[in-house]
Structure formats: structure tokens, C-alpha cells
Design a protein around this ligand. Structure first.
Ligand SMILES: [Zn+2]
Length: 305
């Protein structure tokens, strides 16, 4: 079974490309920024986008064709090793002014260079598109039946800060942490993860979240009932133990045989049925619960002396 993250990425990557050019550019920039590597032995300015997800690779090629006309690409597929069966797709983008213009538009007074992609995400529509690209490139999400966790990882600290910032601008409350070589921005709560997937219009994923949430709620209710029952049993147990103790004490000091018949019968019934609840003991003795309660209280009183 593919991981939940793979399922979500497949769903997202199969969506129709964004209607607006601004959003398509923002999404592609995020994909290349997070999923791209600068291959050492290739011409300067080239970029290699690597993914294990075929649908994501296809999406990147489609976006390159529409948004970066004239950029030459080479595609390499490496078969997974024997144990790790997944293929890996590498899309190499050769140096070009259009690519440079998308990722390094430093010409306009060098202003943009410092503010990493921020010129691409001024509008809300583009912020959502950028986060979609980032998630497709380096995102992960746990299956909602486990815990609630969605994250985007990158080795680039300013990029992690940008993603965090975008999430905050869209009213999320992300957390962040550092892992081996990556900065991780994450969402932890079920509602937040569901809102994020809903924002990206991943309808099947949202549905999976909703049904998992319902299941968890039902399970919570059952647990609460069981806990309540256990607490009741415990309470019964404690009361019975106190009564047993009182009866034992009366016996020890020789008072038990001197009691009237009903009290003697009650003491004997309790001793013979140490686990019985008040109702059960009342049924055994053919008295009302309040009548039995009265007798037990009397026994306790006598034992106290
Ligand atoms: Zn837009």
C-alpha cells in the first residue's frame, strides 16, 4: 500500500494546473526551489529536480513547458534497488534566462535576491500555490488513523522561514524543528492538517481525515464509558472492602454472634459475596437497597465502637 503522503501527492499532482499564470509560476518555483539540486558536474545554472513520484515528475514537466518556454530538459529514470522498489525521476533543467528569471530575478536593483521568492507570493492565491508546490516537493503527511502530522522539510533555512511565514499569513500556527540536515516546518493538529489539505483542494485526503476523526471520536466515547464503568467497579470494591474490614473486626472482638439476626445474616452474606455490588447483595438478602445500606452502616458503626 502506498504511503498516505504518496496518495495525497498523487491526488494533488493530478489536479488541473492552476488557472492563473501567477499561481502556476509560484507553484513551479516552489517545486524547483525545494525539490531542485544544483548538480556539481553540470553546466553552471542548471538544476536537477528529483522525485520518486511519477505524477509529480509529470506535473513539473507540464509546468516547465507552460511557464519556462525554451528551457531544455533531460529526464533520467533510475530503477529502485531490489528492496526499495520505488523509481526515482530526475528532470535536469539546462541553464536559461527564463529559469533564471523565475528563481533569481536579481536585475531589479538586487532587491529580490535577498527576499527569496517573496515577489512570487504577494497574492493569497499564489501563497496557496507556493505551499502546494513545496508540499509536493518535500512534504509529508501521516495517515490520519495514526497521529496528525504534516510537514515540509528543506535544507535551506531562509526557505523554511518563508514557508512558515506563508502558513502564518494563511492563519495556520506552524511549528518548526531542526533535523539532521533539514529544517522542518510542521502542522500538528488534526484540524490544521485537514484545513491545509482542504486549502489545496485535496478532497479525497480531507475525506480520509473526516472519517478517521469520526472513528476516533467514537473510540473516545467507548473509552470514556469503559473508564466510567471501571471507576464504578472500583468504588464498589472499596466500599465492600471497608464493610469486610468492619465485619472482621466485629468477629475478632466476639461481637458478631451477639448481633440480631438481620445483622448477622447481612454480615454473613457480605462475607460470602465480597465482590457483590449493593444491588446484588440486596437481591441475595431479599431486602431493598436502602434497607441493606442501613444494615451495613449499622455494622460499620458497631465496628467503630
Ligand atoms: Zn496567483
Amino acid at each position: 500500500m502506498p504511503s498516505f503522503a504518496t496518495e495525497v501527492k498523487n491526488e494533488l499532482a493530478h489536479q488541473k494546473p492552476a488557472r492563473k499564470e501567477c499561481c502556476r509560476r509560484a507553484e513551479l518555483a516552489a517545486l524547483l526551489r525545494l525539490g531542485g539540486q544544483r548538480p556539481a558536474e553540470s553546466p553552471e545554472g542548471s538544476l536537477s529536480f528529483v522525485t520518486e513520484n511519477a505524477a509529480v515528475a509529470r506535473l513539473v514537466l507540464t509546468l516547465i513547458k507552460s511557464e519556462l518556454p525554451g528551457v531544455l530538459t533531460k529526464i533520467a529514470v533510475s530503477r529502485g534497488r531490489r528492496l526499495k522498489k520505488t523509481n526515482s525521476y530526475a528532470i535536469m533543467l539546462l541553464p536559461s534566462p527564463t529559469l533564471n528569471n523565475l528563481l533569481n530575478p536579481a536585475d531589479k536593483g538586487g532587491r529580490h535576491k535577498k527576499s527569496l521568492d517573496r515577489y512570487l507570493v504577494r497574492r493569497t492565491c499564489c501563497q496557496v500555490a507556493y505551499l502546494k508546490g513545496a508540499f509536493l516537493a518535500r512534504g509529508s503527511v501521516s495517515r490520519p488513523t495514526a497521529d496528525y502530522h504534516l510537514e515540509i522539510a528543506t535544507e535551506n533555512q531562509p526557505l523554511a522561514a518563508l514557508i512558515r511565514d506563508l502558513l502564518e499569513r494563511l492563519d495556520f500556527t506552524p511549528g518548526d524543528s531542526e533535523r539532521k540536515d533539514a529544517y522542518v516546518v510542521y502542522l500538528k493538529e488534526g484540524e490544521a492538517v485537514m484545513d491545509f489539505l482542504g486549502m489545496l483542494k485535496a478532497e479525497a485526503a480531507v475525506e480520509a481525515f473526516e472519517s478517521a476523526k469520526n472513528l476516533k471520536e467514537v473510540r473516545g466515547q467507548v473509552n470514556r464509558l469503559v473508564n466510567c464503568e471501571t471507576a464504578n467497579l472500583q468504588r464498589i470494591g472499596e466500599a465492600a472492602a471497608r464493610q469486610m474490614e468492619a465485619i472482621g473486626k466485629l468477629d475478632k472482638v466476639g461481637l458478631l454472634p451477639t448481633l440480631n439476626k438481620t445483622l448477622r445474616e447481612t454480615a454473613a452474606a457480605r462475607r460470602n459475596n465480597p465482590e457483590a455490588s449493593l444491588a446484588e447483595l440486596a437481591a441475595i438478602l431479599c431486602v431493598s437497597k436502602s434497607g441493606l445500606n442501613h444494615r451495613l452502616r449499622k455494622l460499620m458503626e458497631l465496628a467503630r465502637g
